[in-house]
Design a binder for this molecule. Sequence first.
Ligand SMILES: NC(=O)c1ccc[n+]([C@@H]2O[C@H](COP(=O)([O-])OP(=O)(O)OC[C@H]3O[C@@H](n4cnc5c(N)ncnc54)[C@H](OP(=O)(O)O)[C@@H]3O)[C@@H](O)[C@H]2O)c1
Length: 276
Amino acid sequence: MKTFKLSNGIELPGIGYGTYLSTEGSKGDEAIRMALEAGYRYLDTASFYKNEEEVGKAVRESGIPREEIMTASKIWKTEMGYENTLKAFENSMERLGFDYLDVYLIHWPYNELSNADWKETIRETWTAMEKLYEEGKVKAIGVSNFLPHHLDVILNDCKIKPMVNQLELHVGYMQTVAVEYSKKHGIVIQAWSPLGRKRIMEEETVVKMAEKYKKSVAEFLLGFLYQQDIMVLPKASNMERIKENLLIDDFTIDDEDMKFLLCLPQIGWSGEHPDF
Ligand SMILES: NC(=O)c1ccc[n+]([C@@H]2O[C@H](COP(=O)([O-])OP(=O)(O)OC[C@H]3O[C@@H](n4cnc5c(N)ncnc54)[C@H](OP(=O)(O)O)[C@@H]3O)[C@@H](O)[C@H]2O)c1
């Protein structure tokens, strides 16, 4: 499995486990424990997911040394601003029960329509993120759902560039401009909803392509991103699917099929856009 090196030298695994809705119902941290047992060593959570307690518990009780399991969390829109960010981080750390965090991201940018002071809010939030990084409380800092005009607010005025940008990316929704712009600035890309939250899994084109490569649809969709040097964060709830999603680096999509897939009309978009 390849790794993705951040601008500060830290290496992220090519695949992480997405925890959004993975702790719903009465099962608590069961899916996260299964993911660790299956071999995932990167967990993606957020204060918004309301499962940092379960993630922290699964990590602490796994028997795996803490430093071998990277954990990412995110600051929610309502937690932004300088002092708010520092407080939100402490709250997340308390829920996780950790003494440091591996990756901390701004979950969504504010924009002009929702907040007239959106640029100032992003700048203040980023200054707090830089402080947390410089104090060693978090090993890497980054953003999520930042398009080039949101990234510019930070890039034009920062000490430390974002190291990660986590975007909705899957066959049928590739946000090429945001991906290319981030990569140009040395930012590692992570894909959220890499399976399009199942919306694209029954698309005829995708099913046929997966058959051609003798892969399951999930493996094929994840391999498509991974081959483009995009870290994938699938969420699955049972051991079979959790393990299946790890089987993404034993095939290569040929150039012609890759171009075809990259030029498909939009399918499976979540409908979530940072500016609207
Ligand atoms: N930064 C952001 O704004 C943002 C937004 C959304 C998500 N995320 C992150 O990205 C992660 C993944 O995104 P997501 O949860 O929205 O969607 P996803 O990973 O694209 O899709 C999850 C769905 O696919 C199913 N699935 C997983 N593996 C499968 C397989 N091998 N075969 C068939 N079905 C399979 C799951 O079913 P079961 O659960 O029933 O197994 C679940 O219904 C989240 O958990 C979260 O960590 C970030």
